[in-house]
Every structure is written in structure tokens, then in C-alpha cells.
Design a protein around this ligand. Structure first.
Ligand SMILES: [Ca+2]
Ligand SMILES: [Ca+2]
Ligand SMILES: [Ca+2]
Length: 270
């Protein structure tokens, strides 16, 4: 009896070991799939948020889109990313999906604006990068000696997306832990990037109006989560591509940001 029960125990142990081995193999497969998934969606980040421009934002009582808000995306990875079908969401709703063949090359930045404002209108105010690195707004401040981002400014795309008025609505000027929770979602419905920006605590102040917030160079590629205010900076003239807009019929105020320019630094550097 003892021998039989011993044999049975051994058999039980073997079974347990096999089950454990299968579970471990499955875990390895799942981990590989997960890393493939994150690889597939690449390293696209929300690199800058203009949520409280000095330019006229529209009257929310009239339910008009806030045309002068914008969001910058950046490909921090080493492979082109197909953003087709990607959309932005927050706790209010979501935008329309990005159109077919929306590619973002490694190191390329793209600006997302509400439908109703054109790429030409944005470039008119902020510069297109085609006419030299420090245009426009260079007359508004001195370019600093180490201001390589200006040199790095190149032509960038501006994509107008519908779904701001009835979807994500505006980007709150008085954000809180409950809003805005900006999330970039890929065409498979996976969350690629999320940030719950704020203007208090560790977060850059947005007072006075007009300055965007942007991921600091050392955190473009290295983050635990983007929900840490100290990882973001407030745009100022002449730093990390920061420049002012030229006033136009759409961009009526004096805003500061670095649309089209993302400075990437090594971890641990400032
Ligand atoms: Ca919103
Ligand atoms: Ca706003
Ligand atoms: Ca930027």
C-alpha cells in the first residue's frame, strides 16, 4: 500500500511539475505576445499639450470647438508607426479615428488640431519648419546658445481631427485628477499612451495663459508613467524649441510652444 501510494504521490508530483512547466511556457508566450504588442504600437507619445492658449478658445456655451488647442505626438521609437485608426480619448469622449496612411517616422512629430482649423492656418501662426529653424517668432526673444531644438526644427504635419466638439470637447483649463485624462488609443483599441495632466502640485503652472506643457527631454523615452508633473515642462521662449506664435485671425493671442520640435535627452540629463 505504502509503495502504491508512494508511486501515486510521485505520479501526482510529476503531473504537478508538467502543469507548472506548461503554465510557465504559456507565461513566456504571453509575455512575448505582450512585448510584441507594445512593439507593434511602437513608442508614440503625447509630447506636448496646448490646453490653455492665450488665443481665443471659443465660447464653450456656444459649443464651439476650441480651435486654438492642440496636441503634439512624437515617434520616440526606431520604426515607422502607422497611426491609421488611432484616436484620442478623454473622460468626455473621443475624436474621430486618424485617416488611412497616417504614418509617423522615427523622430517625427505631428500636431493634432480640431477640425475647423487647417494645417495652413497652423503653419501660418507657428511656422512650418520650411523657412528655417527659428521662424516665426524669433524676434520675440533671444535664441539661447545651446538651443539645438531650433536647428532641429523641420517640416511637420498638422492633422485636423473631428470629434472635439462632441467627443473630447475642450481640453480643460483647470485640469484635475479627474480631467483631462488624455489617452491615445490604437486601432485595436489598446491604450498606447495616457496622461492625466494637471496645473498644480508638481505640474507646470499655466498661469498666465498661453504656454503649453511638454515632456522634458529626459522623459520622452524614459517614463514609469506620464502622470508625474515633474516630467513635464512649461514652454518658454528659446528653450527646447519653445517659440511664440504670430498673431493671426485664428491664433489671436500670444502663445508659447514647440510644435514640431521634440528634444530627446538621455535619462538623467536635464
Ligand atoms: Ca475634454
Ligand atoms: Ca482649453
Ligand atoms: Ca514640441
Amino acid at each position: 500500500m505504502r509503495t502504491i501510494s508512494h508511486a501515486m504521490t510521485n505520479r501526482g508530483l510529476m503531473k504537478t511539475r508538467i502543469v507548472v512547466k506548461i503554465a510557465m511556457a504559456m507565461a513566456v508566450c504571453l509575455a512575448a505576445l505582450a512585448s510584441y504588442g507594445s512593439h507593434a504600437s511602437g513608442q508614440v507619445v503625447i509630447s506636448e499639450i496646448m490646453y490653455n492658449p492665450d488665443s481665443y478658445e471659443g465660447n464653450s456655451n456656444e459649443n464651439k470647438p476650441n480651435l486654438t488647442e492642440w496636441i503634439e505626438l512624437y515617434n520616440a521609437g526606431e520604426e515607422p508607426i502607422d497611426l491609421t485608426g488611432y484616436l484620442l480619448s478623454d473622460e468626455d469622449g473621443q475624436t474621430e479615428a486618424m485617416p488611412p496612411a497616417t504614418m509617423l517616422e522615427p523622430g517625427e512629430a505631428m500636431v493634432i488640431v480640431p477640425s475647423g482649423v487647417s494645417e495652413a492656418a497652423f503653419h501660418e501662426a507657428w511656422g512650418s519648419g520650411e523657412d528655417g529653424p527659428t521662424q516665426p517668432g524669433e524676434e520675440m526673444g533671444e535664441v539661447q546658445e545651446d538651443d539645438t531644438p531650433h536647428e532641429a526644427m523641420k517640416k511637420y504635419r498638422v492633422l485636423a481631427l473631428g470629434g472635439w466638439t462632441d467627443g473630447i470637447r475642450n481640453l480643460a483649463n483647470s485640469p484635475s485628477p479627474k480631467n483631462e485624462i488624455l489617452t491615445l488609443i490604437d486601432k485595436a483599441g489598446r491604450v498606447v499612451f495616457t496622461v492625466n495632466y494637471d496645473d498644480q502640485g508638481d505640474w507646470p503652472s499655466d498661469s498666465p495663459d498661453g504656454s503649453s506643457i511638454y515632456l522634458l527631454p529626459q522623459h520622452v523615452r524614459v517614463r514609469d508613467s506620464a502622470n508625474q508633473g515633474e516630467q513635464w515642462g512649461r514652454s518658454v521662449m528659446g528653450q527646447h524649441g519653445g517659440r511664440g506664435n504670430v498673431k493671426t485671425s485664428v491664433y489671436t493671442g500670444m502663445d508659447f510652444g514647440s510644435p514640431g520640435v521634440v528634444v530627446v535627452g538621455a535619462a538623467g540629463t536635464e
